[in-house]
Design a protein around this ligand. Structure first.
Ligand SMILES: [Mn+2]
Length: 291
């Protein structure tokens, strides 16, 4: 974690070397110690940075170029292996600092639980916060085998904190019956299977609101993103996910932060997932953060 010095190591393509001069901060949250299935997402941020050298700086979708914006890559937050609570506290502390400095946070996971402390920090700054969540999984469990700190619980925790009616999940195709029932009871919106179409209906309702966008790479079909811990078939295409990102970018919502999580390079035999993640981050950066 660096705030004040140029970094000569592995950074996201074209990152600006000076924190103070960058309104946007990219950072990695290399944690995968509460996953219920296959670990490996701690290596996601590093590999996404490495392959980012292969993408173009220009977005033909948004007609914007990375070269025209200053964003600082703070590296990975150093997290203590195996200590979930301490790791979450450190992530929240990091977010408190960059939000106090007026930066736009663009995070890379790591497992999805890393989004929980980010939401806590965002909510302190934006009491009117709403969440747009794209994922194969509900992530609405109260606990997993008795553990509240699990990558299957972050959206439940976030919903309890900011109010379930302020949370909108898209692309969902996996979860326990109880999770879907709970969402229905408390008025949380779960849009099953699709992302782009329901998003078009929801975005006008969120016009002007501060919105945090969290994307689990497994919202994509495993054919498009095999490199993730908990694959689930029947997902959307990378083209639909790009369209969804651009729909948000062109909408009236005020995106105040975003993350992309659960990229696990070890299962990514052709590296298509990390290359996809790298381009998605470029579009999130240009679409959400570059003002
Ligand atoms: Mn998921």
């Amino acid at each position: 974690m660096r705030f004040d010095e140029a970094y000569s190591g592995n950074v996201f393509i074209k990152s600006h070397p000076v924190y103070e001069e960058s309104p946007i901060v990219i950072y990695g949250m290399p944690m995968d110690w509460t996953v219920s299935y296959r670990p490996g997402s701690r290596f996601g941020p590093g590999r996404i940075r490495e392959v980012s050298i292969g993408i173009e700086e220009y977005s033909p979708y948004l007609d914007k170029d990375l070269a025209d914006y200053n964003y600082f890559d703070a590296g990975d937050i150093p997290l203590p292996f195996g200590n979930a609570q301490k790791s979450l506290d450190l992530i929240e502390e990091f977010l408190d600092k960059i939000l106090a400095d007026g930066k736009f946070p663009l995070g890379m996971g790591g497992e999805h639980l890393v989004t929980w402390p980010v939401i806590k920090a965002m909510y302190k700054k934006y009491p009117n916060l709403a969440i747009i969540h794209m994922d194969a999984h509900t992530d609405l469990r109260e606990h997993f085998e008795g553990e509240e700190l699990s990558h299957s619980t972050p959206i439940r925790k976030a919903a309890n904190l900011i109010g379930p009616k302020n949370v909108y999940s898209f692309g969902i195709r996996s979860g326990m019956k109880e999770e879907f029932e709970w969402a229905k009871e408390v008025g949380m919106s779960i849009f099953k299977f699709d992302v782009h179409k329901p998003l078009q209906e929801v975005l006008p309702q969120l016009a002007g609101r501060p919105v945090y966008v969290t994307i689990d790479i497994d919202v994509l079909d495993p054919a498009h993103a095999p490199g993730t811990g908990t694959v689930d078939c029947g997902g959307i295409t990378s083209r639909e996910l790009l369209a969804a990102i651009h729909e948000i970018a062109r909408s009236e919502v005020n995106v105040v932060g975003a993350d992309l999580v659960e990229v696990a390079p070890i299962y990514d035999h052709s590296e298509q997932t990390v290359n996809t993640a790298s381009k998605l981050l470029r579009e999130m950066l240009l679409g959400f953060a570059a003002k």
